[in-house]
Design a protein. Structure first.
Length: 382
């Protein structure tokens, strides 16, 4: 998978790829792994373009579908983003496009940075009023109540939109959150627009690294963020000194340097260190969203006992409970009542199974796994 990504993104010759592993079983495994890391469309493009897969095979059809789905999804997302930006300009609301909407232009072709949704940052003031305006005036559909950082909507053409009003990382990185709360200090209005804004390059990278670190602590972040950062460093100049200052202020500099180390191994053919080997194993087994087992091992490595893990599952913090029950924001005295109400909610089969799987994962963590991840987290500084 990594060899094919290097061929597509880094310009490495396909002659270096071990074609003996591209058997039917090998291609099935490749499809499964690249799906897990949300890069199957890139792998498909490389295989097909270089005639590395039999065009009459069933697997060819599956890979080809991945590529075409990415192309179509990109066009739908691009149209939805333009429509949203027009609406925000009309409503006089400042906004910043985030994540894939920015990074995709650094890829050889923008469709190659496939996203399942679009992410846009708006100012927190009256964000719920803005969501209502989008639904009533522009045909959007609100999918859920506001979380601690965004509101989930569906655009008129069916694209999932995350309307962010905060870039904080759910409390998992408190020092990082303090910087991200002032994100608008790093924004500027784009020439020719009244409300379209972009972030300073160092903040784009800082947010990307912070988001990687959050996912890393939640069980894994997949290969794609590493690929993104490789292309950011290659194609988007940014003031390294300003970025380093931000990262040092919240103790993310070691994590950043080790991420660059693994990028060097994967996309520049550098040699592994002991830490990059550990990171590689953690990331490749975790996939895009990590695994419940990886997340449990991290919690154990952070010193959370089985009892504390169970307690946190059963007793949500007030801030997180407000996500489920927004009325709690105005009536804090109702916190115990809503806690009990949630217990009845998690008695349903799906929620109960989710809680069971998290408890089971935490209970299955071995002392060796705990020690290995604890050492990794220490080396990464997170």
């Amino acid at each position: 998978m990594l060899s094919l990504l290097r061929a597509e993104i880094c310009g490495e010759s396909v002659e270096n790829i071990d074609k003996e592993v591209l058997t039917e079983d090998g291609l099935k495994a490749l499809l499964a792994l690249s799906n897990k890391h949300d890069v199957a469309h890139l792998i498909a493009h490389t295989l097909i373009k270089n005639n590395l897969i039999n065009k009459k095979s069933e697997l060819f059809s599956k890979f080809y579908l991945k590529e075409m789905t990415a192309v179509v999804r990109h066009e739908k997302n691009e149209f939805a983003l333009k429509e949203l930006c027009n609406a925000l300009e009309t409503e006089g609301r400042d906004y910043v496009a985030l994540k894939g909407a920015v990074i995709k232009w650094l890829y050889p072709e923008p469709w190659m940075r496939m996203s399942c949704d679009i992410d846009v940052l708006v100012e927190e003031e009256n964000v719920e009023k803005l969501a209502r305006t989008l639904t009533r005036k522009y045909g959007y559909e609100q999918l859920s109540n506001a979380t601690t950082h965004d509101i989930s909507l569906s655009t008129p053409n069916g694209v999932h939109l995350e309307l962010h009003f905060s870039l904080t990382q759910s409390g998992s990185l408190p020092k990082t959150d303090r910087i991200l709360k002032s994100v608008w200090n790093y924004a500027y209005t784009v020439e020719g627009y009244n409300h379209k804004c972009e972030l300073d390059p160092e903040m784009i990278v800082f947010y990307h690294v912070a988001h990687m670190a959050k996912h890393f602590l939640n069980g894994g972040c997949g290969v794609k963020p590493f690929l993104d950062l490789y292309l950011i460093k290659k194609n988007m100049p940014y003031p390294e000194d300003k970025l380093v200052k931000l990262l040092k202020s919240c103790k993310l500099i070691d994590f950043y340097n080790q991420v660059l180390g693994l990028i060097g191994v994967w996309f520049k053919n550098n040699r592994h260190t002991e830490i990059t080997k550990q990171m590689e194993n953690y990331v490749l087994t975790g996939g895009v969203y990590g695994t419940v087992k990886n997340a449990a091992i991290v919690k154990a490595g952070k010193g959370k006992s089985k009892a504390k893990t169970f307690f946190e599952l059963m007793f949500l913090s007030r801030r997180n409970l407000e996500v489920l029950y927004p009325n709690l924001k105005k009536h804090r005295w109702m916190y115990p009542l809503y806690q009990v109400r949630r217990w009845f909610k998690i008695f349903n089969k799906k929620s109960r199974q989710n809680v069971k799987s998290q408890i089971a994962a935490r209970n299955s963590v071995t002392a060796q796994e705990k020690e290995a991840v604890n050492n990794l987290l220490k080396n990464l500084g997170i």
